[in-house]
Unconditional design. Structure first.
Length: 175
């Protein structure tokens, strides 16, 4: 039987999620501490949760980060994610896939939610309505109308015009 747990994004803490009140283990990354700052109620809640063992600060493995980065590139969402976003997703991926946690990522960031859905990870939204549709992105040349699924460049290799990103709806319900 898998253990239940949460991965907390900075937006969860900003929206008032208190790790001390969660019934399951919670995890986050070191960058969250930097983003929250060392003053105020949020900091006190985080420090208290860490001291009580309710919140674990943890760095995802390089392997998990690489898997999330590759999936984000494949789905065309890589450029929409910051390094902390990738780490949050990698931590969720690692806990779920390698340590058998029934994990939920708590985040109000739509790009994190979208990528979590693409990775088949559960997520919870706190302060905003969670996403209703999942998207991938492809590169498109408006001059020669070519589409590139996994092309990394910004210039069309055929005609030399700047590429734009187009959303494509995924036939998959968000989690």
């Amino acid at each position: 039987m898998s253990k239940k747990g949460y991965v907390l994004d900075t937006t969860a803490i900003i929206q008032g999620v208190d790790p001390n009140s969660l019934k399951c283990e919670s995890f986050t990354i070191r960058e969250l501490l930097d983003e929250i700052g060392e003053i105020g109620k949020r900091w006190i809640r985080i420090k208290t949760a860490m001291m009580l063992g309710k919140l674990t600060i943890r760095e995802p493995s390089i392997r998990s980060r690489e898997k999330v980065e590759q999936a984000a590139r494949d789905y065309g969402v890589y450029n929409k994610l910051s390094t902390p976003d990738i780490k949050i997703l990698a931590l969720g991926y690692e806990l779920h896939n390698e340590e058998s946690y029934d994990i939920e990522i708590i985040s109000d960031d739509y790009d994190i939610q979208n990528t979590a859905a693409l990775l088949s990870l559960k997520y919870i939204s706190v302060g905003v309505t969670k996403i209703r549709k999942t998207f991938t992105y492809i590169k498109y040349c408006s001059a020669c109308r070519r589409r590139y699924d996994k092309y990394k460049g910004t210039i069309c290799p055929v005609c030399g015009h700047r590429l734009i990103s187009l959303k494509q709806l995924v036939n998959k319900e968000p989690l």
